[in-house]
Design a protein around this ligand. Structure first.
Ligand code: FES
Length: 102
């Protein structure tokens, strides 16, 4: 899967990954996201905005994820925690913008 990422400096990069979990690890390794809780749905440092056209391709926001998102200053309708996102259908392309740090 091809993923276009717009980072906090508005720089665009493309990643070739097999799933969202690999993307999460890669962005963490590159320090594009802090991923402080390691994917436990508690720190929100993996907050991203998902392109609207890809909403159908990923899992729905669960209650614990929604509670974290509700507490964020920069939350938007298309906010997700990257660590909680999984693909529901096979897709070739995804576009994600990393949210500003809180
Ligand atoms: S890495 Fe902490 S909430 Fe996703």
């Amino acid at each position: 899967m091809n993923v276009v990422i717009v980072d906090r400096e508005q720089q665009q990069s493309t990643y070739e990954v097999s799933d969202v979990q690999e993307l999460f690890s890669t962005l963490g390794d590159e320090m594009k996201i802090d991923a402080l809780c390691g994917g436990c749905c508690s720190c929100a440092t993996c907050h991203v905005y998902l392109g609207d056209e890809y909403k159908h391709a990923v899992n729905e926001v669960a209650q614990d994820e929604q509670e974290i998102l509700d507490g964020l200053m920069h939350a938007a309708e298309n906010s997700r925690l990257l660590c909680q996102m999984t693909l529901q259908t096979e897709i070739e392309h995804l576009e994600i913008t990393i949210a500003p740090a809180e």
